[in-house]
Design a protein around this ligand. Structure first.
Ligand code: NI
Length: 167
């Protein structure tokens, strides 16, 4: 396991479409383990393979909607597709590839995703609120889309400070 370097928005790889994953081998597992280390180290809620320079369709999302006595856990999504959405909410969003900045993005409040696990088994998973937002944000990365290209507006430094204070 290792921390990988996270690309920032100047890097061309972040704007490219990622390819389907067909091999569910040790190399993929190593990538996913490294991505998990990188995500935890950077306190993010999601990370997509292209952010560590691998143009393959793999993302991690941290499920934060857990009971108080439960631990947050990482959901691994290989070749994910959004198959259902509901609701709409504008909310603040950040990205490890756009450090220190936040913008307002309209996202569904509920999302159902179909994906493969690290062994190639298909499954479905639902997310609400921040988790739904993270599913959308991370899957956008696989299309080469950063939130800064679809946000309503970026937050000012004062607004970011206020958000931090509220947390
Ligand atoms: Ni991101």
């Amino acid at each position: 396991m290792a921390i990988r370097n996270v690309l920032t928005k100047e890097e061309a790889a972040l704007y490219k479409k990622s390819r389907i994953i067909t091999k569910f081998d040790d190399r993929l597992h190593q990538l996913l383990d490294d991505m998990a280390d990188t995500l935890i180290e950077s306190n993010g809620v999601g990370l997509a393979a292209p952010q560590v320079g691998i143009l393959r369709r793999a993302v991690l999302v941290l499920e934060t909607n857990v009971a108080e006595d439960e631990d947050e856990y990482i959901i691994e999504l290989i070749n994910p597709e959004i198959i259902e959405t509901a609701g709409e909410e504008e909310g603040p969003e950040g990205c490890l590839s756009v450090p220190g900045e936040y913008g307002l993005v309209v996202r569904p409040t509920y999302v159902k995703v179909r994906a493969q696990d690290r062994f190639g088994e298909w499954f479905e998973v639902e997310g609400e609120g921040l988790t739904a937002r993270a599913f959308c944000h991370e899957i956008d990365h696989l299309e080469g889309v950063l939130y800064i290209s679809k946000c309503t507006r970026m937050l000012s430094e004062d607004e970011i400070k206020t958000e931090d204070d509220e947390e």
